[in-house]
Design a protein around this ligand. Structure first.
Ligand code: SAM
Ligand code: F3S
Length: 461
């Protein structure tokens, strides 16, 4: 059987990862090829997120558009997955009875069977249960698409922050077996992958069982992943401050493949708000982790998540967040206005902060981080950066593009046979969203293929 599959993904990297695994799975089971054009697809899937905003509204307005296509093509199969599906389950069918499949973040591995049932019986199927680890045993090995890959190592969350739906939609924390993760990384390395990003809602809460029954923590996992042949760069996201053990801090002194960049969500700089959020740490504890990390890596860059306008956040609370941002020097962070999520404890709290004030605070916070990020980029000018070349510059396809350790896109002239390898690049110029540079090694520069610019000095795009 063949056909085309279109997946629209809302939300975080976890959802992007799930969508790519769904595409691999349905390709293997039913030969479905992924397409970027929904109008030509036979199967339309929405992978939803309910962490923020009016997620349900977005889902139903998208489904409304697809409904018209289904009226013209009744064979079209429409599915809804992810956190909204997990929360709403069968309720989705009340408002959108033309949906064929509803699946949760922990049941997408059952899609081939659900799809068959829909094709054979032509009635909607719903499976939003939490069968946990079974999922990974049922997924095909990930397809290698370039030198970078994501590997999910743990799922779910048991922290129950007062504002967040994730523990309810994705279930409690559980870790994949240690040997399974290492095998997957090994296979990726054999396929030419050089950089892996270990993924999890709280990835550093990882506690995987080894074949001999002993437990490996996240520090062990990083050491073993970095030792896999071919893997030269290791990242992870998202980590939680309460799971940031001293063993994990020490890995920064032991594993050079681990990048000097950490995404460590802090949410607020006010201890009063942190306690109401049930984050389980204080700003002093957070900064202590940062200090210890910088003891091993003075150049460490830190990004974070912030929530602005949590119920009852005062000017003083907000100022403390701005102060923390300056003290830590956060780089390129994710910040959002608090949005009350149905079923979470914080949704019951009185919220006297006017929406306009929340907007103002968000703009100020983002401007503060933007200007710190800009000065970090400026300070990189003249430095030499290790870059994994993963494609061509978006603006100038005659130039190569890659990422620095601190996650900045850098474009530079160079021969296309460098694609997929690490190179050293001098940073020449810093822009808002990218850097421009030139290859650092004389040898590489002189070996350039004439088709692409062959200057080793900085030159305009
Ligand atoms: N594990 C991460 C941590 O340590 O906080 C969080 C993962 S959560 C899925 C991603 C981000 O969504 C959070 O860090 C938070 O900033 C944001 N978020 C979650 N619930 C939110 C809400 N109700 N309103 C606004 N932002 C929210
Ligand atoms: Fe959400 Fe807090 Fe977990 S933000 S994902 S409940 S760590």
């Amino acid at each position: 059987m063949t056909g085309k599959l279109f997946i629209k993904t809302f939300g975080c990297q976890m959802n992007e990862y799930d969508s790519s695994r769904i595409a691999d799975l349905l390709n293997e089971s039913h030969g479905l090829e992924q397409t970027e054009d929904p109008s030509g697809a036979d199967v339309l899937l929405l992978n939803t997120c309910s962490v923020r905003e009016k997620a349900e509204e977005k889902v139903f307005s998208q489904l409304g558009r697809w409904r018209r296509w289904k009226e013209d093509r009744p064979d079209l199969v429409i599915g809804v997955g992810g956190c909204v599906a997990s929360q709403e389950g069968e309720q989705i069918l009340r408002r959108a009875p033309y949906v064929d499949v509803i699946f949760g973040p922990q049941t997408y591995h059952r899609l081939p069977q659900l799809y068959d049932q829909v094709l054979n019986e032509r009635k909607p199927r719903v499976d939003v249960s939490f069968p946990e680890i079974e999922k990974f045993d049922c997924l095909p090995p990930p397809r290698v698409k370039g030198p970078r890959a994501f590997v999910s190592v743990m799922e779910g969350c048991s922290k129950y922050c007062s504002f967040c739906v994730v523990p309810y939609t994705r279930g409690e924390e559980f870790s994949r077996p240690f040997d399974d993760v290492i095998t997957e990384v090994f296979e990726l390395g054999c396929g030419g992958v050089k950089e892996v990003t270990l993924l999890g809602q709280n990835v550093n809460a990882y506690q995987g069982t080894r074949h001999d029954g002993t437990r490996a923590d996240f520090a062990d996992l990083i050491r073993y992943v970095a030792a896999v042949e071919g893997i030269d760069r290791v990242r992870y996201t998202t980590s939680h401050p309460v799971d940031f053990s001293q063993r994990l801090v020490e890995v920064y002194g032991q594993v050079p493949e681990l990048v000097s960049h950490v995404h460590l969500p802090v949410q607020s700089g006010s201890n009063r708000i942190l306690s109401q959020m049930k984050r389980q740490y204080t700003t002093a504890e957070y900064e202590d982790i940062v200090d210890r990390l910088r003891g091993y890596r003075p150049d460490l860059s830190l990004s974070s998540d912030f929530i602005v306008g949590f119920p009852g956040e005062t000017d003083n609370d907000f100022e403390q967040t701005i102060d923390l941002i300056h003290r830590v020097g956060f780089d390129q962070s994710f910040s959002f206005i608090y949005s009350a999520r149905p079923g979470t404890p914080a949704a019951q709290l009185p919220d006297p902060v006017p929406a306009s004030l929340k907007q103002e605070r968000l703009a100020r916070l983002q401007e503060t981080i933007r200007s710190i990020a800009a000065s970090i980029s400026q300070a990189m000018i003249g430095s030499q950066q290790r870059v994994l070349v993963d494609g061509y510059s978006r603006k100038n396809p005659r130039q190569l593009s890659g990422r620095t350790e601190n996650n900045r896109v850098i474009n530079f002239p160079g021969p296309s046979d460098l694609l997929g390898s690490f190179v050293d690049v001098f940073v020449c110029e810093a822009f808002t969203n990218s850097l421009r540079g030139s290859l650092a090694t004389e040898d590489t520069a002189s070996a350039m293929i004439p088709m692409v610019q062959s200057s080793s000095t900085c030159s305009p795009d």
